[in-house]
Write a protein that binds this ligand. Sequence first.
Ligand code: ADP
Length: 184
Amino acid sequence: MTKLIFLGAPGAGKGTQAQILSQHLGIPHISTGEILREAITTQTPLGIKAKGFVDNGDLVPDELILDLIQERLGEKDAQKGWILDGFPRNVSQADFLVNLLQELNQVCNGVINFDVPDSVLLERLLSRGRKDDNEATISNRLFVYHQQTAPLIEYYKQHQLLINVNGDRELSQISEELETIVKS
Ligand code: ADP
């Protein structure tokens, strides 16, 4: 498997695992959160539009994300594989991705869902100390996750792509399981 979506709540550890696995497989790690943070830091037009949403822990409007993903998946290095981390984050983004992959003649091989209890997520996010990791923003991000992103678990189950992984374990245990999964 070389075309994977990583699904999970904020703090579920998908970014860390995506980085490890993408390096291992030699494929791009495409993190919409990182792309947005970089755009905000360098104050590009995208960053300027996205800043308020990211600071509040809200999703940025789809129109800011969809073109960006379309361009990125069309790039040469994305033909042999990718890990999408942080996209899709709602059903309309997932529907968009279905059409986009069809257009690009690409197939997603699996969706890894990182399962972590809310109490553990909260603890992790509070100790991470990223700029958007203050208490008010965190609780909004978890709320937005349950409301908009969690329905994708059922969505991908129905598409027969869902693979559940227990994310409440040691980093290395999770990495090992992911390596086994992608080899299968
Ligand atoms: P986390 O996994 O901790 O929520 P991310 O780095 O994935 O962190 O995302 C940080 C922020 O970037 C989100 O809270 C949201 O504002 C914005 N964002 C990232 N990806 C998307 C997306 N696909 N759609 C809308 N907003 C997004």
